[in-house]
Design a protein around this ligand. Sequence first.
Ligand SMILES: Nc1ncnc2c1ncn2[C@@H]1O[C@H](COP(=O)(O)OP(=O)(O)O)[C@@H](O)[C@H]1O
Ligand SMILES: O=P(O)(O)OC[C@H](O)CO
Length: 505
Amino acid sequence: MTTRYVMSVDQGTTSTRCVIFDRQGRVVALSQREHRQRFPRSGWVEHDAVEIWRNVGKTMSHALRRSGLSPSEIAALGIANQRETTVLWERATGRPVGHAIVWQDTRTEALVEELLARPEAARISRICGLPLASYFAAPRVRWMLDEHPDLRARAERGEILFGTMESWLVWNLSGGPNGGRHVTDVTNAGRTMLMSLDTLDWDTELLDFFDIPRAMLPEIRSNGEFFGATVADPPGIPMYAALGDQQAALFGQTCFSEGETKCTYGTGGFLLRNTGVTPVRSEHGLLTTVGFRIGDEPAHYALEGSIAVTGSLVQWLRDQLGLIASAPEIETLAATVPNSSGCYIVPAFSGLFAPRWRAEARGVIAGLTSFIDRGHLARAVLDATAWQTREVVDAMNADSALPMTQLRVDGGMTSNNLLMQLISDALGVPVVRPLVAESVSRGAAYAAGLAAGFWPDMQGLRSNWHRAGQWDPAVDPVEREREYTRWRGAVALTYDWERGPADRV
Ligand SMILES: Nc1ncnc2c1ncn2[C@@H]1O[C@H](COP(=O)(O)OP(=O)(O)O)[C@@H](O)[C@H]1O
Ligand SMILES: O=P(O)(O)OC[C@H](O)CO
């Protein structure tokens, strides 16, 4: 039977999507399921890894049913995932050790402060390309090993396995306790703080620094190669790709060449620029990360500006304040006012990520007057995404010789046309949205399809990319810079909040 389709699974922070694509990169079927967000304590965010694993099976089966296809008609499966979210599980039973600790979780802050005080800390960051922060996986693994007394000995004996979400899923899909493959890929391994950017392998100095046993780590693979076939639910689908979701979006937007840049706006916002085949170390608060590596080809690296809170601020306005009933409603509400009238919201819910990396910062609403109404707050929520993007783009431009001339965007928030205009205004460059906004799913499918020989080469995939919308800057640059200065003033108010604002009074 001819295999004319490629399947992808995008295991994201809020939901899991399975999408089936045809050879032209068109969506044939889509299935999506949300999973429960658990907030057991302030600053803690957890997921049930078993619930997520079940959702993957359900969305795959559902997408197949919707398309009328059988597993044998799928040439390749690619998996993209929320990165840094950490799972520990028992090799013998497949039972997770507690819940997965999500990338937004800040419970390791005290541990990170302790590690930061050590003289090797700067060298550690240079080896892995990442600042020491609670965002990454290694501090979480260490926290779990410290928390459960018998875990370390079991991990040293290889009885307890560590993985980020793709690793957990591939292990389960390929048989779980009955021969499941314990593997990861360079983009996800590169977010643990345990992988050297130069060797693309686990690094002894990093393992020693975090005190993590090598026996619990998966084998690091490229993003596109054979990862085994699924054994159940549904069986017989060959897995050919695994990559972090933000790198998958870079790939799905066909940012294959040096200088090409995209930003994905979902729960958080993640701007990645392809920097070619040698890693570029940031001097301005960005991360150095692997962009993609297909089979034995050289790895492409990327600079990344990670913003912790973008879409989740819209969710906060909906769920915690009840000012809107659904996320898309924010556009209508924000459009009731011409601007935020001097009100700024800095959503430092779990500190500030790039380019500032201030773990102790906490959010503020600044500039309140009795004139401010729901519309102004909604507008300030959207402005927060635009200004946070501007800070990351300024850092990106400072780190590279070529200034950014255009931004390709994707993700759930990009259906908001007002937000697209605000981002273009804040950056002063055009913002471009492709026809298929499912860039993460597309990227996973592309990597899998290339590795399986379904698509012959990367350049051919560029013709599948079609522009659906473009927004050009429409504000007076002097006004823009004035507003940006005020925004930065609001950000300064968030600093040192957790350490106590006593020095302010
Ligand atoms: N029209 C909209 N305007 C602003 N934000 C939106 C809109 N639609 C969805 N969102 C936000 O986008 C996020 C969902 O995007 P998605 O790409 O599915 O996220 P993820 O991959 O992180 O799970 C949610 O945080 C939601 O609040
Ligand atoms: O699942 P998303 O889209 O929220 O992306 C999460 C990132 O991978 C975290 O680094």
